[in-house]
Design a protein around this ligand. Sequence first.
Ligand SMILES: Cc1ncc(C[n+]2csc(CCOP(=O)(O)OP(=O)(O)O)c2C)c(N)n1
Length: 538
Amino acid sequence: MITVREATYDVLRSLGLTVVFGNPGSSELPFLKDFPSDFKYVLALHERSAAGIALGYALGKGTAAFVNLHSIASVGNGLSAIIDAHYCHVPLVITTGQQDRRQLQSEPFLVSRAVEVAKPYVKWACEPLRAEDVPAAIARAYHMAIQPPCGPVLVSIPMDDWNHLCDPPAVRRVSKTVSPDPIALDEIVRALDSSRNPALVVGPQVEEDGAWQEVVSLAEHLNAEVYQDPIPSRWTFPRSHGLFRGGLLPAQRPLAEQLAKHDVVVVLGAPVFLYYAYVPGPTVHWGTRLFQITNSSFDAAAGLAGTSVVGNVADAARHIRTHSKARPDPGRVVLRESPQPKPEYPITTAYLFSTLNQLLAPDAVIAEECPSSKGDLDRYVRLDHPGSFYSVRSGILGFGVPAAIGLQMANPARRVFCPVGDGSAQYSIQALWTAVQQNTPVVFILIRNGDYSALRGFCDFTGVGRSVPGMEIPGIDAVRIAQGYGMAAWEVDRPGDLEPALRKALASQSPCLVSVNVQPGEQTTMGMDQSVDPPNYG
Ligand SMILES: Cc1ncc(C[n+]2csc(CCOP(=O)(O)OP(=O)(O)O)c2C)c(N)n1
């Protein structure tokens, strides 16, 4: 027999979870003592950042990441990253400390109800009934986390468990590809074979399931126009491909209108659909037949219309391509280039992103969190490689800065850029310290407009008006904050200084922050204006 602690490190080793992202407390110290030399501990100063960096790391590696949090104290602080992992299908194996079992009954200092608190947002949460079960519970949690749809799991571990003796749990393998039903796919094949003008909608599961190339081949085989899902958490089709038509709007009626000219729409790896503003309307128009292929039985069940097939998106795309008729190129002429923005003062975000686009290597990675300038980023940044764009679909700010760091740690050969609003950056700002300590050379581009422009836009969009408090955020010097964490940082105010500043950041081998003073952001909401007939909360 070996100790629970030794068995746990063996389990983590066997699962490839040798990087521990965390913030420690008293209840984790018996686990962390004599930390094995083949493990790496990545400290973050706040759990939003610890779990958020782990999330980026798991996204970048395409595998699970391990997070060690401090009882309910940390789970509370890290919950928004756990929620992001839930919605973005990211396998995080999270352990938290618990008080000593022998005094739990008396509700001691730092007692934790992390299991109950996390439950709606994790695939499985438990506090093992016996100390001896801890290593097996972590293995079980891991196997849950990596099953599609991937997601976070949580094991709460009383601090007296680690020195108990146990039998080492069996090292097991659990397959994780679930094939879609071929009979259900054949119905989609028949619909496509008789379609006049089919379309594909691609979502994040295209990347989750390694289906990028299969989906490009399918689109070309069908000569089908391709739309990105609304508020995308990943870009899952080459942006400059001739069949790409941009993103869908996140509201019922305008989205249905965007798809109205198509008689068959196949959604690959996304919910049907992710909406933001309530603009009632049909899911798709009367003449459009809708199909969804998803790795998530949850998304299939929650779909508002159409026929859903559950299973691996790559397998489904391959089946459809090899069983359906090729469609000739209908000879469409599509002009999608946006006008080249001019260097204005103050700098516009259109100019910022078009300048950035010219400097990006083809395999650059973007971790985005710039609410009111998402549209300009989408218009001007062209990346065609898999794994090049990450955002968050939960709507919770604080994702971008830590995710960028985790992505950079996972992909040292690709440069990660983090365009982040001056407001958004503050929700996880202390992650900058971890970037410095780990020397992860992310380029943070802080978009400084001095207000919450996206909220202002929403006020205009929905008739709330401008008499709302809490919209201004003056007096924040992010350059000095970054420098305080030990990061090189500088400000750009004039358009002529932008390109040299970005080049200087690119030339650096270390993380740095470029704070760009810009005009207030676009006053639309996720690309929508009054023309979509938004709800009125005025
Ligand atoms: C944790 C969290 N708190 C508050 C909000 C509400 N919110 C949405 S956008 C936004 C403004 C973000 O400001 P900034 O990053 O500067 O971007 P801008 O709107 O100026 O483009 C806020 C506060 C949120 N989504 N998440």
